[in-house]
Design a protein around this ligand. Structure first.
Ligand SMILES: Cc1ncc(COP(=O)(O)O)c(C=O)c1O
Length: 415
C-alpha cells in the first residue's frame, strides 16, 4: 500500500513491540561468576587479577584469533593506550589516528607523549583509507592507528603495504569489530598489535568494562603486559619495575565472564551478519533511496551497527526527518556515527596535559603548532549515512520490519 499514514503523523507504526534486547548475558556467565564466588567463600581468599581465570580468558582469546598473545586490560581505551605503550615511541613522535573514531581510540596517543595527526576517511565508509593515511605521513610519523568502525574491516593490505614502506607500526583498533574478517582472517591479526574494547555494548564482553591487547609478536606482548601493570618486569630477569606506567589490569571475575562470552562470539557475529546482509541485499535488489553503501571487497563485517546511505536528492525531507520517521515506525535509526575527534574541544583547544597546548606546542615537537586535520570526507560520509541499531537479538521479524519501515517512509517522502 503506498502513502500509508506515517507513525510520526499519527498513523499505525510498522512495529509496536519494542526493539528486542540483546540477551548478551546468560546462565553461562552467571554460573562462571558464581563459581568464582563459591571458591572465594570456601577458601576465604578473594578473587584477584592475573590468576587462573584471567590467564584462561587470555588463552581463549588467542585461540579464538588462531594464535598469538592476549593481555586482558580494563577498557578499550586502555587497550589502545597499552598497545601504543608497547611500542615505546619517543615522545613527540606523530601517530596517525582515524578521522572517525571513539575518543578512547584517539586520546591515548597524547597520553603516551605522542602527537595525534588525523587521517581522513576513504570517502565511502567511516573507515580511514590508505591514501588518506599516506597524505598524513611526515618524517616524524612512527605509528598508525586504524579503527574498523561499525565492524567494517579497513583495507588492511593497503595499510600494511604503506606501513612497511614507511617503517611504521600499525595498531588495529578492533573495539567495534570482534569477529570481523578481512580476506578470510580476523581483523586484529594484520597490524603489529591490536586493541579490543570488551565493555558491555560490544560483541562480546567481560562485564561492564574491559579490553584486550592482542598481538602475534611475543616481544610486543611482553611490552604491552609490562605497560599495563606499572612496568612490572614480566619475562625479564629484573627485580624491579622497568618503566613508568599505570595499572590497566583486567581481573579474574571479569575474565571468567569473558571466557563464557567468547564461546558465543561466533554465533553472535553470525546472527548480526545475517540481519545486516539480508537487509542490504534486499535494499540493493529493490532499489531505494536508502543505499547499502560501499563495503571493502573480501571482507565480512561484524555489524556493530548497520551503516546505510541516504540519497536525499530523491526525497522531500532531509536525513534527520527521514530517521525520525523511521524511529517512529519502531526502528532504531541513528542519525550518524559522528565521532570525529578533531571536532572535539580537547583536540581543537589542545587540552592534553597542562594548559599550554601539550604536546603540539612543546619545543621538542618540530611539527605544526596547530593540530593538523583533514576531515572533509569524514564529514561527507557522516552527513550521507545513518545507522540502524541491529544486533544478535534481531531476527526475521526485525529484518522484515526494517524493510517495511524503510519502504513506508520512502513512499511517503519521495519527491
Ligand atoms: C573504536 C573504539 N576505540 C576505542 C573505544 C574505547 O573503548 P572503551 O569504551 O571500552 O574504553 C571504543 C569504544 O566504543 C571504540 O569504539
Amino acid at each position: 500500500m503506498s502513502n500509508e499514514k506515517l507513525a510520526i503523523d499519527g498513523g499505525k507504526a510498522v512495529r509496536s513491540a519494542g526493539w528486542p534486547s540483546r540477551g548478551l548475558i546468560g546462565e553461562e556467565e552467571k554460573a562462571a561468576a558464581m563459581a568464582m564466588f563459591d571458591k572465594a567463600i570456601k577458601t576465604g581468599n578473594a578473587f584477584g587479577y592475573g590468576g587462573e581465570a584471567e590467564q584462561q580468558y587470555e588463552k581463549d582469546f588467542a585461540e579464538f584469533m588462531g594464535g598469538g598473545f592476549a593481555d586482558g586490560v580494563n577498557s578499550g581505551t586502555n587497550a589502545v593506550f597499552c598497545a601504543l605503550g608497547a611500542l615505546h615511541l619517543e615522545p613527540f613522535s606523530e601517530v596517525i589516528i582515524p578521522a572517525i573514531t571513539d575518543p578512547g581510540g584517539a586520546m591515548p596517543t597524547v597520553l603516551v607523549g605522542c602527537v595525534p595527526v588525523v587521517a581522513d576517511t576513504d570517502e565511502k565508509s567511516y573507515n580511514v583509507g590508505a591514501a588518506q593515511i599516506e597524505a598524513a605521513i611526515t618524517e616524524r610519523t612512527k605509528a598508525v592507528v586504524v579503527a574498523h568502525i561499525g565492524g567494517e574491516p579497513v583495507d588492511m593490505d593497503a595499510v600494511m603495504a604503506l606501513a612497511r614502506k614507511h617503517n611504521l607500526y600499525v595498531v588495529e583498533d578492533c573495539a567495534q569489530a570482534h569477529g570481523a574478517k578481512y580476506k578470510g582472517k580476523y581483523v586484529g591479526s594484520f597490524g603489529d598489535i591490536a586493541a579490543y574494547s570488551t565493555m558491555f555494548g560490544k560483541h562480546h564482553c567481560t562485564g561492564g568494562q574491559g579490553g584486550v591487547v592482542y598481538t602475534r609478536n611475543e616481544e610486543l606482548f611482553w611490552q604491552a603486559k609490562r605497560f599495563a601493570d606499572r612496568g612490572k618486569p614480566f619475562n625479564l630477569d629484573t627485580a624491579s619495575n622497568v618503566r613508568a606506567a599505570i595499572n590497566c589490569n583486567l581481573n579474574d571475575l571479569s575474565a571468567t565472564i569473558g571466557s563464557a562470552q567468547l564461546k558465543k562470539l561466533v554465533s553472535i557475529v553470525a546472527r548480526r551478519r545475517k540481519v545486516g546482509e539480508t537487509v542490504k541485499a534486499e535494499l540493493a535488489r529493490k532499489g531505494s533511496v536508502v543505499q547499502v553503501g560501499v563495503q571493502e571487497p573480501e571482507t565480512e563485517c561484524s555489524y556493530w551497527f548497520l551503516r546505510l546511505a541516504l540519497d536525499v536528492a530523491g526525497l522531500k525531507v532531509d536525513k534527520a526527518a527521514f530517521c525520525e520517521a523511521l524511529t517512529a515506525e519502531g526502528i532504531p535509526a541513528g542519525l550518524s556515527y559522528r565521532h570525529i575527534p578533531a571536532e572535539a574541544v580537547w583536540f581543537k583547544e589542545r587540552v592534553g596535559l597542562g594548559n599550554k597546548g601539550y604536546p603540539w606546542t612543546c619545543s621538542d615537537y618540530k611539527g605544526p603548532r596547530e593540530p593538523q586535520y583533514r576531515i572533509d570526507n569524514a564529514i561527507k560520509v557522516t552527513d550521507k549515512h545513518f545507522n540502524i541499531g541491529i544486533h544478535e537479538g534481531c531476527g526475521e521479524q526485525e529484518i522484515a520490519d526494517i524493510l517495511a519501515a524503510i519502504d513506508k517512509v520512502e513512499k511517503a517522502y519521495r519527491k
